[in-house]
Design a protein around this ligand. Structure first.
Ligand code: AMP
Length: 325
């Protein structure tokens, strides 16, 4: 049974002493405290910008933080949430071993001038647990027999690609993001283009459910060899790190093909890209799709301006990437 290591760890930390090293970034783990502070800020006219993350922060995340600061200004407030959300992981996925390093995350946030790092625990986010997972609280397991049962589901954009490969993933994402929005009360939230489909779904949710806020998308930050930055890159050991560049090489090959041929049947381009991916011994294509960037509607003929997204297993690590062609 998975209980998620981080929340337990959080409760073991001696907060006042630990916090002393990070005096200018406030760390809040209580939902009520975060909500009260956000309401107070709003009352006095502070602009609140928000970056939801699962932690193990890298330069990609920090580019979102910089954009957020730009949007809210010096006088505004920047909140980064760090929460490895159990409901967006499938039962056989890497929830329990997802990389975590809160101390380093806090340091990065402090250096970036973040005002609050919000680190809610499972017991408060999903009181009573979510059926498949128990949620431990500070004072031991606390079960509400009824369990948590309210979810936000986007019905259209979440059917393809990540949604097809990970059936309950987006339900978990939209649910947790809606809960975080209701807690942090931001007027602007910043997401990465790295998770293109996720960003499209969040925009849709915000429009459909009338969240009074703006969603900003920031470009994907890459390593020097083109690999998109990701917390999961930590899993890539030995040859796998080099093999992982195949996602970027696939994107480049597709971009070059579209530039050269102007119009290419999607099926033909897919087959060519699959061949490239298969040249790496540990790489296995999950999907590669071409689609309209805003609607995510698949295109059968690939032309300039179409979007490509792909998911590839490199060893046991599943990586995703996307780009405009
Ligand atoms: P995660 O912690 O993976 O859930 O990501 C939190 C946010 O950071 C999401 O909006 C991601 O799209 C964004 N993000 C992750 N990796 C990158 C990257 N390489 N460049 C830009 N944004 C990113």
């Amino acid at each position: 049974m998975e209980t998620g290591g981080t929340p337990v760890l959080l409760y073991c930390i001696d907060w006042p002493r630990f916090n002393a090293n990070f005096s200018d970034v406030r760390i809040i783990s209580s939902i009520a405290t975060m909500q009260q502070l956000a309401k107070k800020w709003r009352r006095v006219g502070k602009r609140i910008g928000f970056v939801p993350t699962m932690g193990y922060l890298h330069a990609g995340h920090m580019s979102l933080v910089r954009e957020t600061r730009k949007r809210v200004g010096k006088a505004g407030k920047v909140v980064v949430s760090i929460y490895v959300n159990p409901t967006q992981f499938g039962p056989k996925e890497d929830f329990s071993k997802y990389p975590r390093d809160l101390k380093r995350d806090f340091k990065l946030c402090r250096e970036a001038g973040v005002d609050v790092v919000f680190t809610p625990g499972d017991a408060e986010m999903y009181p009573g647990g979510t059926g498949s997972r128990r949620c431990e609280s500070a004072d031991g397991p606390r079960f509400d027999k009824r369990g948590y049962s309210t979810y936000v589901v986007e019905k259209k954009l979440s059917q393809t690609m990540e949604g097809a490969s990970r059936p309950t993933h987006f339900r978990g994402v939209t649910t947790v993001v809606a809960k975080l929005f209701n807690t942090v009360l931001p007027e602007v939230a910043v997401f990465g283009a790295k998770d293109w489909q996720q960003a499209a779904i969040i925009k849709r949710m915000v429009a459909d459910l009338n969240f009074p806020m703006k969603i900003i998308i920031v470009p994907t930050l890459r390593e020097r060899d083109g690999l998109a930055m990701s917390s999961r890159n930590k899993y890539l050991e030995g040859d796998l790190r080099r093999e992982a560049t195949v996602l970027w090489r696939t994107i480049q090959m597709a971009q070059a093909a579209v530039k050269k041929s102007k119009v290419i049947p999607a099926a033909k381009l897919k087959a060519d890209l699959k061949k490239l991916i298969e040249t790496e011994p540990d790489a296995r294509l999950d999907y590669v799709e071409f689609f309209e960037p805003d609607t995510l509607s698949p295109v059968s003929k690939v032309t300039r301006g179409a979007h490509l997204a792909l998911a590839v297993f490199v060893g046991k690590t599943r990586l995703i990437d996307n780009a405009r062609l």
